[in-house]
Design a protein around this ligand. Structure first.
Ligand SMILES: [Zn+2]
Ligand SMILES: [Zn+2]
Length: 108
């Protein structure tokens, strides 16, 4: 099935006047330009760049100086919703589990 959104998007990137080779070069430069910054501020250069030249882990470790406040671990770095990373993930998995249990109950 044709996706009209994708085809109209690629048309806007590639002007009709370009020859085949120019089109390939245009695609390459577009891809490298939108590929985001490389990892330059942490040693994990093999990881996917996340933000500010760091991988996901280091960005959350160094990029935020705020401490967790909602979970009592005020010496741990804040991760999300006022929680430290441990508590946030624990809450996330608990919520997911509760959702799955609810679903299972609805089906029974
Ligand atoms: Zn890193
Ligand atoms: Zn915590």
């Amino acid at each position: 099935m044709n996706n009209p959104f994708i085809s109209s998007k690629s048309n806007s990137i590639l002007p009709q006047s370009l020859s085949g080779l120019d089109q390939i070069q245009a695609i390459r430069s577009t891809v490298s330009a939108t590929n985001g910054p490389e990892i330059i501020k942490c040693p994990h250069t093999d990881k996917k760049p996340y933000a500010k030249g760091m991988c996901h882990n280091c960005y959350h470790k160094r990029g935020k100086s705020k401490m967790a406040s909602a979970c009592g671990h005020t010496t741990k770095p804040h991760y999300s919703n006022g929680l430290c990373q441990n508590c946030y993930l624990a809450q996330y998995y608990q919520k997911r589990k509760a959702k799955q249990q609810l679903k299972a109950q609805e089906q029974n």
